[in-house]
Design a protein around this ligand. Structure first.
Ligand SMILES: [Zn+2]
Length: 92
């Protein structure tokens, strides 16, 4: 991990808040970085929570992958920093 500050958590910190939005366990979703192309599970990325919103950063290059803000009646999800999300589902 490139981050040494006390505010950084791993991506598991966003699993709870995002559970309401995604009906799947997002911790195992492969999130590909738009900047460096690295694809890692959400759980292995770097999460900053506790501000007005949460930020998920790439564990490889520290680019912002996801911004997540929850208000009383809506969730704002900015995923422009991620090239793709590969989300495992049960075989049909
Ligand atoms: Zn990256």
């Amino acid at each position: 991990m490139h981050f040494s500050d006390d505010l950084a958590l791993d991506g598991n910190a966003l699993a709870g808040p995002m559970a309401e939005l995604f009906a799947v366990d997002v911790t195992s979703a492969l999130v590909m970085c738009n900047d460096c192309g690295a694809a890692k599970p959400l759980a292995e990325q770097i999460a900053y929570v506790g501000g007005p919103g949460s930020v998920l950063r790439c564990s490889g290059c520290s680019a912002v992958l996801v911004r997540f803000v929850q208000t009383r009646d809506a969730v704002w999800l900015d995923v422009r920093g991620s090239a793709s999300w590969q989300i495992p589902i049960a075989p049909a």
